[in-house]
Design a protein around this ligand. Structure first.
Ligand code: FE2
Length: 413
């Protein structure tokens, strides 16, 4: 067998030190010492070698548009949705493609090799869908882009919202989306959840809904999503994104809800950078944290992944595509500061989102030949320093290299 790359002596996230051989786009061996010839040997001694970062929740049609046509003055979700409506009316398909490709390049350099992006199907021109289908094709050898048919203005509230979800799926979009808390009434929200699950069951697809992204303790579409998942036989194929209302719910009710989510095998995708800034805007003090109950969900066996959600768009003025920033914020807001909890936070931007997207990423023989070498000793140091991604390997090719940060002037004490 011709070995293309050997990554030598790296420390894996579980602490093992190993060589990894990659051939024909897949991991050919993981062993103490691999002595075979290889096209390239990367010395990773003392460095963390991790499976790729995966972003389970993003909006690529809106990214890198900050300031167009204006900024979000209130900082709220609802003004963001209104502002996105203004941008939709003036942007072209070419604009979207250009911004999305620029973002993909940034994300890959940070070791992100798979992204699930929601794409707004309520844009009457359908430019968003056409643009992201084009981008998915352009990046496919390096970056797995999974698209969600997302009716931003509502399944029922937007004219033709549900029909446009079907149209997007027919055009090749992968996953059924929704936004039940944005429908006109709770009853419409429940009906939207039901319609999304039935459509996914009919077509054998996955579901990922923006669900209960509010501070309203009575916003309870996640309960319907779990029940509909079971009724439609979709266990293991459904995710609830955001779930911020769970932060504000009554504890007694949550004690029933979390086991129901676990029973339905519905995954949770909180987005800590965005929701710590979007939520709590109508509170005085104390201000609630805009994050769902991450440690409690994980402890009950729910698959939890942190998503990036936004980078420089109508909802969020910052962001860099670095999933270590996302996990860093997530572990702070969720109070996950024990060594075990910090390692779980690292897994929430690598292993668990890969499982939610159904990807064959991993660090064992036969897995995809995709990994990241970081300038850190272990996952906790990676979270603390968010260091250079020294090498990013995708499907057996080195697709990005970054030099370690070096200070050119050192203070003397
Ligand atoms: Fe989102």
């Amino acid at each position: 067998m011709n070995i293309d790359i050997i990554v030598k002596g790296g420390t894996l996230p579980d602490g093992r030190v190993a060589d990894i051989a990659i051939a024909d786009g897949r991991i050919a061996a993981v062993d103490d010492a691999i002595t075979a010839e290889a096209g390239e040997v990367i010395d990773a001694s003392g460095k963390l070698v991790a499976q790729p970062f995966v972003d389970a929740h993003f909006h690529m049609d809106a990214t890198l548009s900050y300031g167009r046509p204006r900024v979000n003055a209130s900082g709220t979700l609802l003004e963001g949705i209104a502002l996105w409506g203004e941008l939709k009316a003036i942007q072209s398909r070419e604009d979207i493609v250009e911004r999305a490709l620029a973002y993909c390049r940034q994300a890959v350099a940070k070791g992100v090799l798979a992204i699930r992006s929601h794409v707004d199907v309520t844009d009457p021109s359908f430019a968003t869908v056409e643009a992201l289908l084009e981008v998915r094709e352009a990046v496919k050898d390096t970056l797995d882009l999974q698209l969600v048919a997302f009716p931003q203005d509502g399944w029922f509230r937007a004219e033709g919202g549900g029909a446009n979800v079907v149209r997007a799926l027919d055009a090749g979009v992968d996953v059924v989306g929704g936004i039940p808390h944005f429908e006109r009434t709770m009853a419409d929200g429940f009906a939207a959840v039901r319609a999304a699950c039935e459509l996914a069951a009919e077509r054998g697809l996955r579901v990922d809904l923006h669900c209960d992204e509010s501070d309203d303790p009575m916003s309870r579409h996640i309960e319907t999503l779990a029940a509909e998942t079971i009724r439609c036989g979709l266990q293991g194929r459904v995710a609830g994104s955001h779930l911020t209302s769970m932060h504000s719910m009554d504890n007694y009710y949550v004690a029933k809800l979390i086991p129901l989510i676990a029973e339905a095998e519905v995954a949770a995708i909180p987005n800590p950078l965005i929701n710590i800034t979007l939520q709590g805007r109508m509170d005085t003090y104390p201000k609630r944290r805009g994050l769902t109950r991450v440690p409690e969900l994980a402890a009950s066996g729910v698959t939890v992944a942190f998503g990036q959600d936004c980078v420089m768009d109508p909802w969020y003025p910052l962001g860099s595509g670095d999933m270590l920033d996302v996990a860093h914020m997530g572990l702070h807001v969720a109070l996950m500061t024990s060594p075990d909890a910090m390692r779980r936070a690292f897994a929430m931007v690598t292993d668990t989102p890969a499982a939610i997207l159904g990807l064959d990423f991993g660090l064992t023989t036969g897995d995809r030949g995709s990994l990241v070498v970081l300038d850190a000793a272990d996952p906790i140091e990676a979270l603390r320093l968010r260091p250079a991604r020294l090498a990013v390997i995708s499907n057996g090719r080195v697709v990005s290299r970054t030099a370690p940060a070096v200070s050119t002037v050192t203070a003397s004490f």
